[in-house]
Design a protein around this ligand. Structure first.
Ligand code: CMC
Length: 430
């Protein structure tokens, strides 16, 4: 990393700050010594101009609509790779050789079962509990079951915890779904690949044989690849911040799941599908476009806009193609929701408001239609996102733990509250 400097003048005092360069993307001004030299903090709510960390995992060029995992374009990985290979790439930095891939797949597969006592956690929830609430609780609870992989100073334990989470997320997610519909849990079947196994755990019943549809399995695997990592987004930053205190990995991933749940983040796929259902028919689109543009109306077009992408989200393109593949495979010729989505996209992309603000469809715009067609209820959409993002969270968490310069994350603030004042007893308060 080569470096130059940048000069900042504060109260007529000039301070030289190092500038660090990455391999691609914007350079950063290292302000870590700024407070010591000037007595001032920087102010950037929402982190719009702040790099919170150095990372080698994922790169996004939001203006050009580029997403790279360890340097590989997302469309190439989605087209040619599979999800577990992508997991290996994110965790270890390189695509696996055939032998490494076989070994990795084997290791993940051998961790798919969860402790049988976990079943009792599920039965403690109401049947109508949101599956994300169950996931936050159950993933956090894994730390109470796997004491032999919570010592974060031991690389072997970190590795085992990582494998466990990647392997057990589909099992837990499927259990959350099965519990919500009152069907018995289906145990993992190790001869199946990762995504086929997940589909079987969700949709098989003991009363009859279940045959995995390879087209749907491949489509879902691709959806998992698209969601696997996305740089320093809100949930990943949450995982890093939680991890910076030395919390165990299961607790950190549970924190990430909680953050992902919000409608501005992973909850947007659920919100986008609900919005399409609410719109119902293409003739009502102008009404919703007007609502989205109205400053006095909090309504936003869900599945539109992104903090980083000011161009078409590259994941949305692949997702759109996958939607058509899935609907074709299932023989769904006319899906009213797809009609609304396609037309809404066309209208919004031509509308001055959306053009000026560079608001394009994001990954969540089409994912809901696809997942619904596969048979998942809307409440499961964000769970599937969490399942796929787990590897990204783990890769980012591991990178942080292995960084020798890692310290606890501790943001500062601009205080605008009362200045010091004396306590007044209740009797004296007017
Ligand atoms: N519909 C209507 N207006 C919008 C939208 C939208 N979806 N998104 C942004 N805007 C407007 C917003 O009102 C603001 O206008 P103004 O400058 O006049 O106040 C301007 O665009 C900038 O918006 P912002 O809220 O300052 O932008 P942000 O970077 O803080 O928010 C976002 C990014 C993704 C939260 C936002 O675009 C949004 O709420 N989108 C809908 C939810 C969504 O689809 N989220 C999924 C994101 S992708 C998956 C993921 O990350 O998990």
């Amino acid at each position: 990393m080569s470096s130059s400097t940048s000069t900042v003048t504060v109260d007529n005092k000039s301070v030289e700050l190092p500038v660090k360069e990455g391999t691609i993307g914007p350079s950063v001004i290292d302000i870590s010594k700024l407070y010591g030299q000037t007595g001032m903090f920087t102010y950037d709510p929402g982190f719009t101009s702040t790099a919170a960390t150095e990372s080698k995992i994922t790169y996004i060029d939001g203006d050009k609509g580029i997403l790279l995992y360890r340097g590989y374009p997302i469309d190439q990985l989605a087209e040619h790779g599979d999800f577990l290979e992508t997991c290996y790439l994110l965790l270890y930095g390189e695509l696996p050789t055939a032998a490494q891939k076989a070994d990795f797949d084997y290791r993940v597969t051998r961790h798919t079962m969860v402790h049988d006592q976990m079943n009792r956690f599920f039965t403690g929830f109401r049947r109508d509990a949101h599956p994300m609430a169950i996931m936050v609780a159950c993933v956090g609870a894994l730390s109470a079951f796997y004491h032999d992989s919570t010592d974060i100073s031991d690389p072997h334990q970190r590795m085992i915890a990582s494998m466990r989470m990647i392997a057990k997320m589909p099992t837990l997610a499927a259990m959350a779904y099965k519990y919500s519909i009152g069907q018995p849990f289906v145990y993992p079947q190790n001869e199946l690949d990762y995504t086929s196994n997940f589909l079987r755990m969700c949709f098989a019943v003991p009363a009859e044989d279940y045959k995995v549809n390879p087209v749907l399995s491949r489509a879902l695997d691709r959806i998992f690849i698209l969601h696997a990592d996305h740089e320093q987004n809100a949930s990943t930053s949450t995982v890093r911040l939680a991890g910076s205190s030395g919390a165990n990995p299961f607790a950190c991933i549970a924190a990430g799941i909680a953050c992902l749940w919000g409608p501005a983040h992973g909850g947007a796929n659920e919100a986008a599908l609900k919005m399409l259902e609410e719109i119902g028919t293409p003739d009502r689109i102008p009404e919703y476009i007007a609502k989205a543009k109205d400053k006095n109306d909090p309504f936003r077009l869900m599945g539109f806009g992104h903090r980083v992408y000011k161009n078409y989200d590259p994941r949305a393109r692949i997702m759109q193609k996958t939607t058509h593949e899935v609907l074709n495979e299932l023989g769904i010729k006319d899906d009213p929701l797809l009609d609304v989505a396609v037309e809404l996209e066309q209208i919004a992309l031509k509308d001055d408001y959306f053009v000026e603000k560079k608001l394009y469809p994001n990954i969540d715009f089409y994912s809901g239609i696809t997942l619904k067609a596969m048979g998942f209820p809307t409440s499961m959409f964000t769970v599937l996102f969490a399942l796929a993002r787990t590897v990204g969270w783990i890769a980012q968490w591991s990178e942080m733990i292995e960084d020798p310069s890692q310290r606890i994350g501790r943001p500062r603030q601009l205080y605008t509250g009362e200045t010091e004042r004396d306590y007044v007893t209740v009797a004296q308060r007017g």
